[in-house]
Design a protein around this ligand. Structure first.
Ligand code: IPE
Ligand code: IPE
Ligand code: MG
Length: 245
């Protein structure tokens, strides 16, 4: 029997690697692009479910820096879907009191999408129910390198000294200042890797992998992942005895 989700011990921040659209399409004898289109329905379900049960922050890995290397037609289709999402879903985000933010090399998305994204972020900026964070043209190593570059340049400008470079300061130079580290990472599609996602932020995240392909991922799968997370003991290097004391 599936364990129930305990509303008092929810993860604050869930991150999801939404993988398996291509294989879903293949299994249904469709082109990959239709798999991505189906995947957009799962995005809607995941956002609604997390908001409804009281998750404070949901980060979705929608497009990695490495994904630019896919065939041009697929990249174009993914960007088109993103554009459509931003056009169609912002009202729904408003209705659910959800604030939209984004991380990644956003300039690489190109002007029409960047403009839509900025508009959506501005429109939802004062919403407080949940943060929906989209990782777009995102790479974890790029994020860390960019932070290092900014720190060096602030150092050279005399704004900071090397003694001031702490974990907290470093974090403040990343794409995600202000967001808590993810408590739970879910990866669909049966791959057991992190594919350059949130490398710094996931130092102590609990990982949950499932064979379910992203277009098949529904509310019950999210609840199952959270129930599984709630069975874990997060020791952060300490012993069980210390935690129970
Ligand atoms: C995830 O599905 C969507 C993106 C990476 C944009 P995939 O397209 O990677 O699906 P598979 O892994 O080929 O099945
Ligand atoms: C990770 O999926 C990126 C996204 C889900 C956006 P990929 O399908 O690109 O990952 P790899 O290449 O199989 O590791
Ligand atoms: Mg994949």
């Amino acid at each position: 029997m599936m364990k129930e989700v305990d509303p008092a011990r929810l993860p604050q921040h869930i991150a999801i690697i939404m993988d398996g659209n291509g294989r879903w399409a293949e299994r249904h004898a469709m082109g990959r692009i239709l798999g991505h289109r189906k995947g957009a329905d799962s995005v809607r379900v995941a956002v609604q479910t997390c908001r409804r049960i009281g998750i404070k922050c949901l980060t979705l890995y929608a497009f990695s820096v490495e994904n630019w290397l896919r065939p041009e037609a697929e990249v174009r289709a993914l960007l088109k879907l993103l554009h459509e999402y931003l056009e169609k879903e912002v009202q729904g985000l408003m209705d659910q009191d959800i604030r939209l933010v984004a991380i990644g090399n956003l300039d690489a998305l190109g002007e029409p999408i960047l403009a839509k994204l900025n508009e959506a972020m501005a429109r939802t900026a004062s919403n407080r129910g949940m943060v929906l964070n989209l990782a777009l043209s995102y790479g974890g190593r790029d994020e860390i390198v960019l932070a290092a570059k900014r720190i060096v340049s602030d150092g050279l400008a005399g704004k900071i000294t090397s003694e001031q470079v702490t974990k907290e300061l470093f974090t403040s130079y990343l794409y995600t200042p202000g967001l808590p580290d993810p408590d739970l990472l879910i990866r669909t599609g049966g791959e057991y890797r992190i594919s350059n996602f949130l490398l710094w932020q996931m130092a102590y995240t609990e990982f949950y992998f499932t064979e379910i392909l992203w277009p098949d991922f529904r509310e019950r799968h999210i609840l199952k992942a959270i129930a599984d997370y709630q069975q874990r003991e997060r020791r952060f290097g300490k012993t069980s005895e210390q935690l129970r004391a």
